[in-house]
Design a protein around this ligand. Structure first.
Ligand SMILES: [Zn+2]
Length: 400
Protein backbone atom coordinates (compact mmCIF):
# COMPACT_ATOMS: atom_id res chain seq x y z
CA UNK A 1 0.00 0.00 0.00
CA UNK A 2 1.40 3.40 -0.87
CA UNK A 3 1.88 5.95 1.85
CA UNK A 4 -0.27 9.05 1.84
CA UNK A 5 1.76 11.93 0.46
CA UNK A 6 1.59 15.58 1.29
CA UNK A 7 -0.34 17.14 -1.53
CA UNK A 8 -1.05 20.71 -2.49
CA UNK A 9 -4.12 21.39 -0.38
CA UNK A 10 -7.36 22.67 -1.81
CA UNK A 11 -7.00 26.34 -2.49
CA UNK A 12 -10.68 27.14 -2.90
CA UNK A 13 -12.71 28.60 -0.07
CA UNK A 14 -15.07 26.16 1.65
CA UNK A 15 -18.79 26.95 2.18
CA UNK A 16 -19.61 28.95 5.32
CA UNK A 17 -20.35 26.89 8.45
CA UNK A 18 -23.57 26.17 10.31
CA UNK A 19 -22.99 27.38 13.86
CA UNK A 20 -23.64 24.72 16.55
CA UNK A 21 -25.35 25.18 18.94
CA UNK A 22 -27.04 28.28 17.53
CA UNK A 23 -26.24 30.11 20.78
CA UNK A 24 -22.57 29.96 19.72
CA UNK A 25 -23.22 32.73 17.19
CA UNK A 26 -22.40 35.24 19.92
CA UNK A 27 -19.02 35.40 21.61
CA UNK A 28 -20.41 34.63 25.07
CA UNK A 29 -22.52 31.83 23.64
CA UNK A 30 -19.46 30.32 21.98
CA UNK A 31 -17.53 30.53 25.26
CA UNK A 32 -20.32 28.69 27.08
CA UNK A 33 -20.59 26.02 24.39
CA UNK A 34 -16.85 25.34 24.41
CA UNK A 35 -16.80 25.24 28.20
CA UNK A 36 -19.58 22.66 28.07
CA UNK A 37 -17.69 20.70 25.41
CA UNK A 38 -14.43 20.62 27.39
CA UNK A 39 -15.91 19.78 30.79
CA UNK A 40 -18.75 17.38 29.93
CA UNK A 41 -17.85 13.70 30.43
CA UNK A 42 -16.92 11.92 27.22
CA UNK A 43 -19.45 9.42 25.87
CA UNK A 44 -19.28 5.63 26.21
CA UNK A 45 -16.32 5.43 28.55
CA UNK A 46 -13.95 7.32 26.29
CA UNK A 47 -11.13 9.18 28.10
CA UNK A 48 -12.21 12.49 29.63
CA UNK A 49 -9.58 14.70 28.03
CA UNK A 50 -9.55 16.57 24.75
CA UNK A 51 -6.92 16.42 22.01
CA UNK A 52 -6.46 19.62 20.04
CA UNK A 53 -5.70 19.74 16.32
CA UNK A 54 -4.41 23.10 15.12
CA UNK A 55 -3.49 24.77 11.85
CA UNK A 56 -2.13 27.90 10.24
CA UNK A 57 -4.91 30.21 11.46
CA UNK A 58 -3.62 29.91 15.02
CA UNK A 59 -0.32 31.58 14.12
CA UNK A 60 -1.89 34.54 12.32
CA UNK A 61 -2.07 36.42 15.63
CA UNK A 62 1.67 35.78 15.97
CA UNK A 63 2.20 37.63 12.73
CA UNK A 64 2.37 34.63 10.40
CA UNK A 65 0.30 34.41 7.25
CA UNK A 66 -2.15 31.56 6.86
CA UNK A 67 -3.12 30.22 3.44
CA UNK A 68 -6.80 31.01 2.91
CA UNK A 69 -7.52 33.85 5.34
CA UNK A 70 -8.16 37.43 4.24
CA UNK A 71 -4.40 38.04 4.01
CA UNK A 72 -3.54 34.41 3.35
CA UNK A 73 -0.69 33.47 1.06
CA UNK A 74 -2.95 32.00 -1.63
CA UNK A 75 -4.94 35.22 -1.84
CA UNK A 76 -2.20 37.83 -1.55
CA UNK A 77 0.66 36.26 -3.46
CA UNK A 78 -0.60 34.81 -6.73
CA UNK A 79 2.88 33.65 -7.73
CA UNK A 80 3.27 31.49 -4.63
CA UNK A 81 4.36 27.97 -5.49
CA UNK A 82 5.79 25.70 -2.81
CA UNK A 83 8.72 23.42 -3.61
CA UNK A 84 8.11 19.71 -4.08
CA UNK A 85 10.13 17.10 -2.25
CA UNK A 86 11.41 15.40 -5.41
CA UNK A 87 12.57 18.76 -6.76
CA UNK A 88 14.46 19.50 -3.57
CA UNK A 89 16.26 16.19 -3.20
CA UNK A 90 17.17 15.73 -6.85
CA UNK A 91 18.02 19.23 -8.05
CA UNK A 92 20.88 21.43 -6.87
CA UNK A 93 19.27 24.40 -8.66
CA UNK A 94 15.99 23.97 -6.77
CA UNK A 95 17.83 23.77 -3.46
CA UNK A 96 19.68 27.00 -4.20
CA UNK A 97 16.39 28.75 -4.81
CA UNK A 98 14.75 27.20 -1.76
CA UNK A 99 17.57 28.11 0.63
CA UNK A 100 17.91 31.62 -0.76
CA UNK A 101 14.24 32.28 -0.03
CA UNK A 102 14.41 30.50 3.29
CA UNK A 103 17.45 32.58 4.21
CA UNK A 104 15.33 35.73 3.87
CA UNK A 105 12.29 34.26 5.60
CA UNK A 106 14.01 32.80 8.65
CA UNK A 107 14.70 36.09 10.42
CA UNK A 108 11.03 37.00 10.45
CA UNK A 109 10.00 33.63 11.80
CA UNK A 110 12.52 33.97 14.61
CA UNK A 111 10.95 37.26 15.64
CA UNK A 112 7.54 35.64 16.09
CA UNK A 113 6.14 34.53 19.44
CA UNK A 114 3.35 32.23 20.61
CA UNK A 115 0.13 34.20 21.05
CA UNK A 116 -2.76 34.17 23.51
CA UNK A 117 -4.27 31.15 21.75
CA UNK A 118 -1.17 29.03 22.37
CA UNK A 119 -1.01 30.19 25.99
CA UNK A 120 -4.68 29.37 26.54
CA UNK A 121 -3.91 25.82 25.37
CA UNK A 122 -1.15 25.72 27.98
CA UNK A 123 -3.73 26.71 30.60
CA UNK A 124 -6.28 24.17 29.40
CA UNK A 125 -3.50 21.62 29.85
CA UNK A 126 -2.92 22.79 33.42
CA UNK A 127 -6.62 22.47 34.05
CA UNK A 128 -6.41 18.87 32.91
CA UNK A 129 -8.77 19.46 30.00
CA UNK A 130 -6.41 19.25 27.01
CA UNK A 131 -4.12 16.23 27.03
CA UNK A 132 -2.14 16.77 23.85
CA UNK A 133 -1.85 18.81 20.69
CA UNK A 134 -1.47 17.72 17.10
CA UNK A 135 -0.41 20.65 14.94
CA UNK A 136 0.11 21.15 11.25
CA UNK A 137 2.19 24.23 12.01
CA UNK A 138 5.96 24.13 11.59
CA UNK A 139 6.70 27.30 13.59
CA UNK A 140 7.35 25.59 16.98
CA UNK A 141 5.01 27.98 18.80
CA UNK A 142 3.09 25.11 20.45
CA UNK A 143 6.10 23.43 22.11
CA UNK A 144 7.42 26.85 23.13
CA UNK A 145 4.12 27.92 24.70
CA UNK A 146 3.23 24.69 26.48
CA UNK A 147 6.18 22.35 26.99
CA UNK A 148 4.12 20.36 29.52
CA UNK A 149 1.33 19.61 27.03
CA UNK A 150 2.81 17.22 24.46
CA UNK A 151 2.81 18.48 20.88
CA UNK A 152 2.95 16.26 17.84
CA UNK A 153 4.20 18.28 14.87
CA UNK A 154 2.47 16.46 12.04
CA UNK A 155 4.30 18.29 9.27
CA UNK A 156 7.63 18.70 11.05
CA UNK A 157 9.36 21.87 12.19
CA UNK A 158 11.51 24.60 10.71
CA UNK A 159 13.76 24.89 13.78
CA UNK A 160 15.97 22.07 12.48
CA UNK A 161 17.50 20.85 9.28
CA UNK A 162 17.76 17.13 8.63
CA UNK A 163 20.29 15.28 6.50
CA UNK A 164 18.63 13.31 3.71
CA UNK A 165 21.46 10.75 3.91
CA UNK A 166 22.16 10.11 7.61
CA UNK A 167 18.89 11.64 9.03
CA UNK A 168 20.85 13.61 11.62
CA UNK A 169 19.24 16.90 12.65
CA UNK A 170 20.98 20.25 13.11
CA UNK A 171 19.78 23.61 14.48
CA UNK A 172 18.41 25.89 11.77
CA UNK A 173 19.91 29.03 13.33
CA UNK A 174 23.45 27.65 13.01
CA UNK A 175 22.66 26.81 9.39
CA UNK A 176 21.47 30.42 8.93
CA UNK A 177 24.88 31.71 10.05
CA UNK A 178 26.54 29.40 7.53
CA UNK A 179 24.27 30.65 4.74
CA UNK A 180 25.19 34.24 5.64
CA UNK A 181 28.90 33.40 5.54
CA UNK A 182 28.63 31.65 2.17
CA UNK A 183 26.39 34.31 0.59
CA UNK A 184 27.59 37.78 1.65
CA UNK A 185 25.53 39.67 -0.98
CA UNK A 186 22.37 37.99 0.27
CA UNK A 187 23.34 38.70 3.85
CA UNK A 188 23.67 42.38 2.96
CA UNK A 189 20.26 42.32 1.24
CA UNK A 190 18.72 40.65 4.28
CA UNK A 191 20.14 43.34 6.57
CA UNK A 192 18.67 46.04 4.33
CA UNK A 193 15.31 44.27 4.07
CA UNK A 194 15.04 43.86 7.84
CA UNK A 195 15.85 47.56 8.26
CA UNK A 196 13.26 48.68 5.67
CA UNK A 197 10.52 46.35 6.86
CA UNK A 198 10.27 44.81 3.39
CA UNK A 199 9.97 41.31 4.85
CA UNK A 200 6.92 42.21 6.90
CA UNK A 201 4.57 41.67 3.99
CA UNK A 202 3.72 38.85 1.63
CA UNK A 203 2.40 41.35 -0.90
CA UNK A 204 4.93 41.64 -3.75
CA UNK A 205 3.93 45.29 -4.38
CA UNK A 206 4.59 46.27 -0.78
CA UNK A 207 7.90 44.46 -0.78
CA UNK A 208 8.94 46.20 -3.99
CA UNK A 209 8.09 49.58 -2.50
CA UNK A 210 10.45 48.77 0.37
CA UNK A 211 13.30 47.66 -1.82
CA UNK A 212 12.78 43.93 -2.39
CA UNK A 213 12.29 43.39 -6.10
CA UNK A 214 10.78 40.17 -7.34
CA UNK A 215 10.51 38.74 -10.83
CA UNK A 216 7.27 37.31 -12.33
CA UNK A 217 7.97 33.92 -10.73
CA UNK A 218 8.05 35.55 -7.32
CA UNK A 219 11.80 35.22 -7.01
CA UNK A 220 13.75 37.93 -5.24
CA UNK A 221 16.14 39.81 -7.50
CA UNK A 222 19.52 40.39 -5.90
CA UNK A 223 21.80 42.50 -8.12
CA UNK A 224 25.00 40.58 -8.92
CA UNK A 225 23.85 37.56 -6.89
CA UNK A 226 21.15 35.57 -8.70
CA UNK A 227 19.74 32.37 -7.22
CA UNK A 228 22.08 30.35 -9.38
CA UNK A 229 25.02 31.59 -7.30
CA UNK A 230 23.46 30.86 -3.88
CA UNK A 231 25.50 28.41 -1.80
CA UNK A 232 24.59 26.13 1.09
CA UNK A 233 26.66 23.84 3.32
CA UNK A 234 26.47 20.01 3.42
CA UNK A 235 25.75 17.81 6.43
CA UNK A 236 28.95 18.04 8.51
CA UNK A 237 28.75 14.37 9.52
CA UNK A 238 28.46 13.14 5.95
CA UNK A 239 31.22 15.51 4.89
CA UNK A 240 33.52 13.97 7.53
CA UNK A 241 32.51 10.44 6.59
CA UNK A 242 30.53 10.02 3.38
CA UNK A 243 27.60 7.63 3.92
CA UNK A 244 26.95 4.34 2.18
CA UNK A 245 24.11 4.82 -0.30
CA UNK A 246 21.11 2.56 -0.86
CA UNK A 247 22.87 0.84 -3.76
CA UNK A 248 25.81 -0.08 -1.51
CA UNK A 249 28.25 2.42 -2.98
CA UNK A 250 30.01 5.10 -0.97
CA UNK A 251 28.35 8.53 -1.35
CA UNK A 252 30.24 11.57 -2.58
CA UNK A 253 30.25 14.77 -0.51
CA UNK A 254 32.47 17.51 -1.90
CA UNK A 255 32.68 21.17 -1.00
CA UNK A 256 34.19 24.28 -2.58
CA UNK A 257 37.02 26.28 -1.04
CA UNK A 258 34.70 27.90 1.50
CA UNK A 259 32.76 24.79 2.42
CA UNK A 260 29.67 24.92 0.21
CA UNK A 261 28.16 21.68 -1.13
CA UNK A 262 29.05 21.22 -4.80
CA UNK A 263 28.44 18.77 -7.64
CA UNK A 264 29.13 15.97 -8.32
CA UNK A 265 28.21 15.30 -4.67
CA UNK A 266 25.30 12.90 -4.27
CA UNK A 267 24.89 12.79 -0.47
CA UNK A 268 24.94 14.91 2.66
CA UNK A 269 22.09 17.14 1.53
CA UNK A 270 20.39 19.06 4.32
CA UNK A 271 16.67 19.74 4.10
CA UNK A 272 14.34 21.57 6.49
CA UNK A 273 12.81 19.13 9.01
CA UNK A 274 9.37 19.68 7.52
CA UNK A 275 7.22 17.46 5.37
CA UNK A 276 7.36 18.95 1.88
CA UNK A 277 4.66 18.56 -0.72
CA UNK A 278 5.02 15.18 -2.36
CA UNK A 279 6.81 13.77 0.70
CA UNK A 280 5.27 11.15 2.96
CA UNK A 281 4.75 11.67 6.67
CA UNK A 282 7.01 9.32 8.65
CA UNK A 283 5.26 6.19 9.94
CA UNK A 284 6.12 6.92 13.56
CA UNK A 285 4.60 10.41 13.29
CA UNK A 286 1.44 8.98 11.75
CA UNK A 287 1.18 6.36 14.47
CA UNK A 288 1.77 8.95 17.19
CA UNK A 289 -0.99 11.12 15.78
CA UNK A 290 -3.37 8.17 15.79
CA UNK A 291 -2.35 7.35 19.36
CA UNK A 292 -2.99 10.95 20.45
CA UNK A 293 -6.53 10.65 19.05
CA UNK A 294 -7.08 7.22 20.60
CA UNK A 295 -5.90 8.43 24.03
CA UNK A 296 -8.47 11.23 24.16
CA UNK A 297 -12.24 11.37 24.37
CA UNK A 298 -12.91 14.57 22.43
CA UNK A 299 -11.35 16.48 19.55
CA UNK A 300 -11.08 20.27 19.37
CA UNK A 301 -10.12 21.47 15.89
CA UNK A 302 -8.74 25.01 16.02
CA UNK A 303 -7.82 27.44 13.26
CA UNK A 304 -7.57 25.03 10.36
CA UNK A 305 -9.76 24.27 7.37
CA UNK A 306 -8.46 20.67 7.29
CA UNK A 307 -7.47 21.22 3.68
CA UNK A 308 -4.53 18.83 3.91
CA UNK A 309 -5.52 15.19 3.76
CA UNK A 310 -3.29 14.16 6.66
CA UNK A 311 -5.18 16.49 9.01
CA UNK A 312 -8.58 15.55 7.65
CA UNK A 313 -7.80 11.86 8.13
CA UNK A 314 -6.93 12.37 11.79
CA UNK A 315 -10.13 14.29 12.44
CA UNK A 316 -12.14 11.58 10.71
CA UNK A 317 -10.53 8.94 12.92
CA UNK A 318 -11.80 10.82 15.98
CA UNK A 319 -15.30 10.99 14.55
CA UNK A 320 -15.24 7.28 13.69
CA UNK A 321 -14.32 6.51 17.31
CA UNK A 322 -17.43 8.32 18.46
CA UNK A 323 -15.54 11.32 19.87
CA UNK A 324 -17.45 14.60 20.08
CA UNK A 325 -15.84 17.21 17.82
CA UNK A 326 -15.64 20.98 18.23
CA UNK A 327 -14.44 23.18 15.39
CA UNK A 328 -13.23 26.70 15.96
CA UNK A 329 -12.33 28.30 12.65
CA UNK A 330 -12.99 31.45 10.68
CA UNK A 331 -14.46 30.21 7.40
CA UNK A 332 -15.60 26.81 6.23
CA UNK A 333 -13.85 23.52 6.92
CA UNK A 334 -13.43 20.63 4.50
CA UNK A 335 -16.35 18.21 4.79
CA UNK A 336 -17.31 19.58 8.19
CA UNK A 337 -20.94 18.42 8.12
CA UNK A 338 -19.67 14.86 8.72
CA UNK A 339 -18.53 15.84 12.21
CA UNK A 340 -21.92 17.11 13.28
CA UNK A 341 -24.27 14.54 11.75
CA UNK A 342 -26.86 13.17 14.15
CA UNK A 343 -26.37 15.64 17.01
CA UNK A 344 -29.25 16.24 19.41
CA UNK A 345 -30.61 19.63 18.26
CA UNK A 346 -31.03 20.64 21.91
CA UNK A 347 -27.46 19.88 23.01
CA UNK A 348 -25.51 22.85 24.34
CA UNK A 349 -22.02 21.82 23.30
CA UNK A 350 -21.43 18.48 24.97
CA UNK A 351 -21.90 16.59 21.68
CA UNK A 352 -20.33 19.12 19.33
CA UNK A 353 -19.54 22.78 18.77
CA UNK A 354 -19.04 24.81 15.62
CA UNK A 355 -18.00 28.39 16.23
CA UNK A 356 -16.51 30.98 13.94
CA UNK A 357 -14.35 33.15 16.19
CA UNK A 358 -10.62 33.84 16.44
CA UNK A 359 -9.03 31.07 18.52
CA UNK A 360 -6.68 33.53 20.24
CA UNK A 361 -9.68 35.45 21.57
CA UNK A 362 -12.11 32.64 22.32
CA UNK A 363 -9.82 30.15 24.07
CA UNK A 364 -8.46 32.69 26.61
CA UNK A 365 -12.06 33.66 27.39
CA UNK A 366 -12.94 30.01 27.94
CA UNK A 367 -9.95 29.65 30.29
CA UNK A 368 -11.04 32.76 32.17
CA UNK A 369 -14.56 31.41 32.48
CA UNK A 370 -13.32 28.03 33.74
CA UNK A 371 -11.05 29.75 36.22
CA UNK A 372 -13.92 31.84 37.53
CA UNK A 373 -16.01 28.72 37.97
CA UNK A 374 -13.22 27.01 39.91
CA UNK A 375 -11.78 29.92 41.88
CA UNK A 376 -11.38 27.75 44.96
CA UNK A 377 -9.22 25.27 43.14
CA UNK A 378 -5.67 26.02 44.17
CA UNK A 379 -4.23 24.17 41.20
CA UNK A 380 -5.57 26.77 38.82
CA UNK A 381 -3.22 29.69 38.56
CA UNK A 382 -0.93 31.37 36.14
CA UNK A 383 -3.63 31.91 33.58
CA UNK A 384 -2.55 33.24 30.21
CA UNK A 385 -1.75 36.88 29.81
CA UNK A 386 -2.27 37.61 26.16
CA UNK A 387 0.96 38.58 24.43
CA UNK A 388 0.91 41.61 22.21
CA UNK A 389 1.93 40.70 18.72
CA UNK A 390 5.16 42.42 17.88
CA UNK A 391 4.08 43.61 14.45
CA UNK A 392 6.35 41.28 12.53
CA UNK A 393 4.78 39.43 9.66
CA UNK A 394 5.95 36.12 8.43
CA UNK A 395 7.55 35.62 5.07
CA UNK A 396 5.83 32.26 4.85
CA UNK A 397 5.96 31.97 1.10
CA UNK A 398 9.73 31.94 1.39
CA UNK A 399 9.73 29.03 3.77
CA UNK A 400 7.54 26.59 1.91
ZN1 LIG B 1 24.41 13.40 6.99
Amino acid sequence: MSKPLMRIPYTEVFPPPHIIPSSAKTFDGAVDALKEFLTHPSPRGLPASTVLLSGAGLSVASGLADYRGVNGTYRVNKTYRPIWYHEFVTRHEHRKRYWARSFLGWTTLQKGHPNAGHLAIRDLGKLGLVSSVITQNVDSFHPRAHPDVPTLELHGYLRSTVCTSCRHEFPRDVFQDELARLNPEWAALLARAVASGALESENPDERRAKGIRTNPDGDVDVPNAPYTTFRYPPCPRCLAEPPVLADGTRGVVEVDAEGAWKPPSNAGILKPSVVMFGESIADHVKRSAEAAIDDAGKLLIAATSLATYSAWRIAKRAKDRGMPVAILNIGGVRGEDVFFAGLDPLQKGSQGVRAEMPTEKLLPAVVEELRRGSSNDSTIRDIATPLERDGSAMFKDLLS
